[in-house]
Design a protein around this ligand. Structure first.
Ligand code: GLC
Length: 550
């Protein structure tokens, strides 16, 4: 790959905005798109990032907080309107920030006019836009498929006396992607947003859209929960081989990519798939055999490994080994479905995790508030919102979706001070953990993110250099080198990243790498020449060293 062939989404950093929780300008207690417009300087000047991914802002009854779309080509009045969306895109582009929107192709809301029509009669012209099936002889659902949120994935419709499939809530009926009209309608949606200037899509549960055409039962998993993702109740009792990920899915993404490519001449657009598949061979197929499907399936591996140097290194090495030539890696450490990074690892390790995420080879995606060390918030029972918790105890995602902490003011600067109730309660620590306070503290986590992001922008070696892990380091450390053609005497630029995963100091000797200059420590308190033959990392410290010779 020549230097010029690197695209913005490969060299850049993506920041996920969960619009409900970012900034409320109207006093509804819920964030909105004007709030995102207001904070573009934060995203551009304070952090800075290269693109934002906006979780759904489409009209929705909010059964799954926007992932139940009732109209794919409009904005829910709670969040704004198309005019503010256009303004957001324009102003983001003025700052060279790309805008990635969420595409939810697997299901609509049950209030979407397509479903209302489909449900109206067996003869409806849109009947086959969704997945309807007869009961078994005893009246039970057509097969044993289980919804991700628990219980049968089939819902009985009294009126037309058939079951419909919903892989998530019953309010989220699955579309039938085997019907060419559905594909056409959804690709029209894709064109609608591309024409409005969006830079790409994050495709919701991308692997779910094609299921076994014969609706065969999923085999039972005798060791429930053995799968490597977090425990998911009922859902773990099966191997999900027939209800999602059918290989016909790849034809769809090849066509989807062609639509995107037809808009990419001037400005390359990107597609990122939410693909919860943890078998590399199966996962890499979403790039396409000829890299002609999704630009990147999200890589969630690090969310499922413990904070342990060996486990993290193995996850990175195995991804690097699995990637086909030319396929671009990416890493995720948090999103609106997962426990917060600072809760999973602790606040000290969260600093090392920031350095990890922003120095690995591939596109990092940051989740709003992780740059402050926001933690999961305990939500009292009477304030819980996420429908998932109602069915499966302890599984709600509210704790990681609480309002962004901008300042120590009432409502944390998230909403006007007079607003009595925010859609989710604020974290108790908002008076100390917020943007305003952390900007005043030269060693805060936010300052670390700023330094890492600006450093990464200046260093092409971090954006595109090769990655290699080093052996012979203490077991509590993960040490790797990023290498690229560069200005040094031998024509190479090398950065060494050394991360201490433990609460004890660790001594590292990488003699063969000679001398270097420490450019950034996660403690933000040291810089300058270091001897790579005798380097001590303090507890929970990560460093970046520019290697001058070897
Ligand atoms: C994805 C979203 C999640 C949503 C689900 C159903 O996993 O990230 O928030 O509940 O899809 O749309």
């Amino acid at each position: 790959m020549t230097t010029s062939s690197y695209l913005w989404w490969q060299t850049g950093v993506i920041y996920q905005v969960y619009p409900r929780s970012f900034k409320d300008t109207t006093g509804s207690g819920v964030g909105d798109l004007w709030g995102v417009v207001e904070e573009l300087d934060y995203l551009d000047q304070t952090l800075p990032v290269d693109a934002i991914w906006l979780s759904p802002f489409y009209p929705s009854p909010m059964a799954d907080f926007g992932y139940d779309v009732a109209d794919y080509t409009d904005v829910d009045p709670l969040f704004g309107d198309l005019e503010v969306f256009d303004e957001l895109v324009e102003r983001a582009h003025q700052r060279s920030i790309g805008v990635i929107v969420d595409l939810v192709p697997n299901h609509t809301s049950d209030r979407h006019p397509w479903f209302i029509e489909s449900r109206s009669s067996r003869e409806s012209l849109k009947r086959d836009w969704y997945i309807w099936a007869e009961p078994q002889l005893d009246g039970s659902p057509p097969n044993n498929w289980i919804s991700v949120f628990g219980g049968s994935a089939w819902e009985w419709d009294e009126f037309t006396e058939q079951y419909y499939l919903h892989s998530f809530l019953k309010e989220q009926p699955d579309l039938n992607w085997r019907n060419p009209e559905v594909k056409k309608a959804m690709f029209d949606v894709v064109r609608f947003w591309l024409e409005r200037g969006v830079d790409g899509f994050r495709v919701d549960v991308a692997h779910y859209i094609m299921k076994d055409p014969h609706f065969r039962d999923n085999p039972v998993d005798p060791e429930r929960g053995r799968s490597i993702h977090r425990p998911m109740g009922d859902y773990d009792s099966q191997f999900h081989i027939h209800d999602s990920g059918h290989s016909d899915v790849h034809d769809i993404y090849r066509e989807f990519r062609q639509v995107l490519d037809s808009y990419s001449d001037e400005r390359p657009r990107v597609s990122i798939g939410e693909v919860h598949i943890f078998d590399w061979e199966e996962w890499v197929r979403y790039y396409g055999e000829n890299l002609d499907e999704l630009h990147m399936p999200f890589n969630f591996t690090l969310l499922n490994v413990p904070w342990d140097a060996r486990a993290v290194r193995d996850a990175v090495d195995s991804l690097e080994a699995a990637l086909p030539d030319g396929a671009w890696p990416n890493y995720v450490l948090g999103n609106h479905d997962e426990s917060r990074l600072a809760t999973r690892y602790g606040r000290e390790a969260a600093r090392v995790a920031a350095m990890l995420l922003l120095t690995l080879r591939g596109t990092p995606t940051l989740y709003y508030g992780d740059e402050l060390g926001m933690t999961d918030v305990d939500i009292p029972a009477d304030r819980q919102q996420d429908p998932w918790i109602l069915d499966t105890a302890k599984m709600g995602r509210d704790p990681c979706r609480t309002p962004m902490q901008w300042s120590p003011k009432p409502n944390a600067g998230f909403a006007p001070p007079h607003v009595d109730q925010l859609w989710l309660p604020l974290a108790e620590d908002y008076e100390t953990v917020n943007v305003q306070v952390q900007l005043k503290n030269p060693t805060s986590l936010l300052q670390l993110y700023r330094r890492l992001l600006t450093y990464r922008r200046r260093k092409p070696v971090l954006q595109r250099g090769a990655y290699r892990a080093l052996d012979g380091v203490p077991p509590a450390c993960f040490v790797y080198v990023r290498t690229d053609v560069g200005p040094s005497s031998d024509g190479w630029e090398r950065l060494l990243v050394a991360l201490n995963f433990s609460s004890q100091a660790q001594r590292i000797c990488v003699d063969s790498w000679g001398a270097g200059s420490l450019s950034l420590s996660t403690h933000l308190d040291r810089q300058g020449p270091v001897d790579l033959g005798d380097l001590t990392l303090r507890p929970h410290e990560g460093i970046i060293v520019e290697v001058s010779d070897r």
